[in-house]
Design a protein around this ligand. Structure first.
Ligand code: HPA
Length: 283
């Protein structure tokens, strides 16, 4: 990756972002955009105005970076939407939220997505805490000459998703009577949905949910030494599991129908993190 792109991106942010010292950062995927609508927005910048990022092009992705006040004070970054490899962009825009979060001094990143359910006991509307992921393709943002800015040449991947943060997510769910299940996310390159044969194979290999994002950002954030948490909203059962044909609009519609639940979960996660002492006073 070209580090100059990230340095230019950082320099192009309104100064309030660079002075904020956020205690958490959220990367909101398909359908999660409304998750922070109850929080006070302190500053906002469209992705198109962040150098090297580019406007979001995919339905359900707003393409705005927010600085919000946390539920107990302190500040959090909120990336509303993401860029995907399948859009045809380079890796830098895809991992921009992870790298900017790191460079703004924020230690904790929650990545969220909409995903197809592979495990037959899942149902649309379920929320899965990511325990691990499968990256079966050679796609990786860490390919290329080694740059120590992104951690070691061979970053350990045994704990990409921080177990303590997973417990914080579980506790946030419990506050609302939600029993969140754990699962393994498999990265599918997209933009086509998977074939039923692929889904059967992924299931045999241990995947519980499938989606077209999250893994590159989580890998980079973890390699940089950040604590990463992941949540998948099950927007549909994956290809062939129920026989229903898949449509990208249904993914977003389903997430919109559950937006209030997703919002309470995310805000409770920020609240519990702050209760653990993560939040610094808002400036
Ligand atoms: N497959 C891949 N990505 C997805 C799916 C799916 O079934 N649902 C939401 N994102």
């Amino acid at each position: 990756m070209n580090d100059q792109i990230f340095r230019d991106a950082l320099a192009s942010l309104p100064p309030v972002f660079r002075d904020a010292h956020p205690y958490a950062s959220l990367l909101l995927g398909s359908g999660w955009n409304r998750a922070v609508s109850s929080l006070r927005v302190l500053a906002e910048v469209p992705y198109g105005e962040i150098a090297g990022f580019g406007a979001a092009t995919v339905i359900g992705h707003d393409g705005r970076l927010l600085l919000v006040e946390g539920p107990r004070g302190g500040t959090a970054l909120v990336f509303c939407g993401r860029r995907h490899w399948y859009e045809g962009c380079e890796w830098e825009p895809v991992v921009m939220p992870a790298v900017l979060t790191h460079r703004l001094g924020c230690p904790t990143l929650l990545v969220t997505n909409a995903a197809g359910g592979i495990r037959p006991t899942l149902r649309p509307g379920d929320i899965v805490i990511l325990r691990d992921h499968l990256r079966l393709s050679p796609l990786t943002p860490l390919r290329g000459p080694h740059d120590p800015a992104f951690g070691p040449r061979f970053p350990d991947q045994s704990r990409v998703y921080d177990p303590a943060l997973a417990e914080t997510l579980r506790a946030a769910g419990a506050r609302q009577g939600l029993e969140l299940t754990d699962g393994v996310y498999v990265l599918s390159c997209g933009p086509a949905f998977e074939t039923p044969a692929e889904i059967r194979a992924y299931g045999i290999l241990g995947a519980d949910v499938v989606g077209m994002s999250t893994v590159p950002e989580a890998m980079v954030a973890s390699a940089c030494g950040m604590r990463v948490a992941g949540l998948s909203f099950v927007s549909n059962m994956a290809a062939g599991v129920t026989g229903k044909l898949l449509d990208g609009n249904d993914v977003v519609d389903c997430a919109e129908r559950h937006a209030d639940r997703l919002a309470r979960l995310v805000v409770d996660f920020l609240d519990l993190l702050a209760a653990d002492g993560a939040a610094t006073p808002a400036r």
